[in-house]
Design a protein around this ligand. Structure first.
Ligand SMILES: [Zn+2]
Length: 461
């Protein structure tokens, strides 16, 4: 007997967790926190989620699709003894992100991250007996993100996680190549993300179509102003690489130590993968300028930079350095999340240069500037000034999801990670498969054996 239960995520973006059970064993795919600011009003709060998933049983294995907080954020609540799996570079990135996120937290997560086991792209493994999983390397705004092809009770499930096809990793038809190579001919169940179902109207408005478009537009913008403040998530590496490569020659590309560490960690790993020139150092900018004075931690940064095929150098720079004023810059700016105790060099640079020939380029989801998920620190950085929107979605367009459906021809399609699950089958591109769409409710098991909802049963545990 095998079931799939979306514990959270059948009707919301973020905070997701899905369970697959077979013969009494279970895997959990993702164990995410609600989106920032959403926990108080959420139908299932994070606290309740932990209880739901691990309240009565502390077994199984947790497989994270990628390093976004809405997919891994509750990792500290996974009971000891339950193994956690993640992509190898995603683990390296978490080693940098988690201590940073935890700096004011009592409960530190780094030692837990260290225990996560890396899985290997394209290699089947068995996290618990009776369930086999093959991680498929896909494009997303988090680097090192995976779909999972899963075999349980003689059925094949394709679980997309967050994905897209318009970033750097998605180039040259990666999605098709990966599916052709690793996914068996018959897919019984497709569980697909549907974030863009409610955000499609942003394309062409505040969203550019692809990372490549973003890079080209960035270059145009950088040529108009001398002092460029780019607000971008430090872990959105595709976009950061586009900003880096499109920084005009003669201007400085500037970031802080934290961003530099994430960048070089990603570049080293991507160089090892071999086919991503966008992740190689730029001939225009072989030296990245890093704000602040170098300390003992710099040795590691320099060491990795030197080992690159085309070396990347890091040179410290102070906010007062005259060459910043003289030559201009593209700066990866960040909000100040601790304004009471910390003076941010980004704030200082903004105050000094923005009104002189500067601009703020906003490369994040617009939802963080207004509405339920608004981030006050980000709003404070912008301070009501005009901004240039330059962002591309981390999620698949409806046409991309339709292509995926066409390629794998699943018997049943379950949407998740969407606010519009009910509308899925009536969206014109999905109409040919409308009779295969099955909308689930959080906590209600779906039988993998019969491919039907077990609606009469009590909600899982
Ligand atoms: Zn994500």
């Amino acid at each position: 007997m095998a079931d799939l239960t979306i514990h959270r995520g059948s009707h919301q973006i973020g905070g997701c967790c899905t369970e697959i059970t077979s013969g009494g064993e279970r895997i959990l795919i993702d164990f995410g926190a609600n989106l920032p600011g959403a926990d108080n009003s959420a139908q299932t709060k994070d606290r309740e989620m932990v209880q739901k998933v691990f309240g009565t049983r502390q077994d199984g294995a947790v497989l994270f699709t990628h390093y976004h907080g809405d997919h891994y954020g509750l990792f500290k609540k996974v009971p000891k003894g339950v193994p956690m799996y993640i992509g190898p570079l995603a683990k390296d990135i978490l080693r940098i992100l988690v201590p940073y996120i935890d700096r004011d937290e009592r409960e530190k997560g780094l030692s837990i991250v260290e225990q996560m086991r890396p899985y290997e792209a394209g290699t089947w493994f068995s996290p618990v007996s009776g369930i086999q999983v093959c991680p498929l390397y896909v494009d997303h705004s988090a680097l090192d993100a995976y779909m999972f092809c899963i075999q349980a009770a003689g059925k094949t499930i394709l679980f997309t996680g967050d994905f897209r096809a318009h970033g750097i990793v998605g180039q040259r038809d990666r999605l098709k190549r990966v599916l052709d190579k690793y996914v068996p001919r018959t897919v019984d169940l497709l569980v697909t993300e549907g974030t863009m179902l409610s955000r499609g109207n942003e394309i062409g408005d505040t969203l550019t179509r692809s990372e490549q478009d973003l890079g080209e537009k960035a270059e145009e913008l950088f040529q108009k102003h001398r002092y460029n403040f780019v607000l971008v998530s430090s872990a959105n590496l595709d976009s950061i690489m586009e900003f880096y490569h499109h920084t005009p020659r003669g201007m400085h590309f500037v970031c802080d130590f934290y961003q530099a560490r994430i960048m070089i960690t990603a570049m080293r790993d991507m160089e090892a993968k071999g086919d991503f020139p966008e992740y190689q150092p730029s001939w225009k900018h072989p030296t990245v300028r890093v704000l602040g004075k170098p300390d003992y931690r710099w040795a590691q940064l320099r060491e990795i930079g030197k080992t690159m095929k085309h070396p990347l150098y890091f040179k410290s720079i102070s906010e007062e350095a005259p060459e910043l004023e003289r030559d201009g810059f593209v700066l990866l700016a960040r909000k100040n999340a601790r304004p009471k105790t910390y003076t941010s060099p980004f704030d200082a640079l903004r105050d000094k240069f923005l009104d002189r020939d500067g601009q703020i380029i906003y490369s994040m989801w617009k939802g963080y500037l207004e509405g339920d998920h608004a981030d006050q620190h980000l709003i404070d950085f912008v301070g009501g000034r005009p901004i240039e929107h330059l962002h591309t979605s981390g999620h698949a367009y409806v046409e991309t999801i339709a292509q995926l459906i066409e390629m794998v021809d699943p018997k049943v399609i379950v949407p998740m990670h969407t606010e519009r699950a009910e509308e899925f089958s009536s969206i014109p591109v999905f109409v040919p498969w409308a009779d295969r769409v099955q909308v689930l409710k959080d906590g209600v098991p779906f039988s993998i054996d019969t491919l039907t909802v077990k609606a009469k049963e009590e909600p899982s545990r």
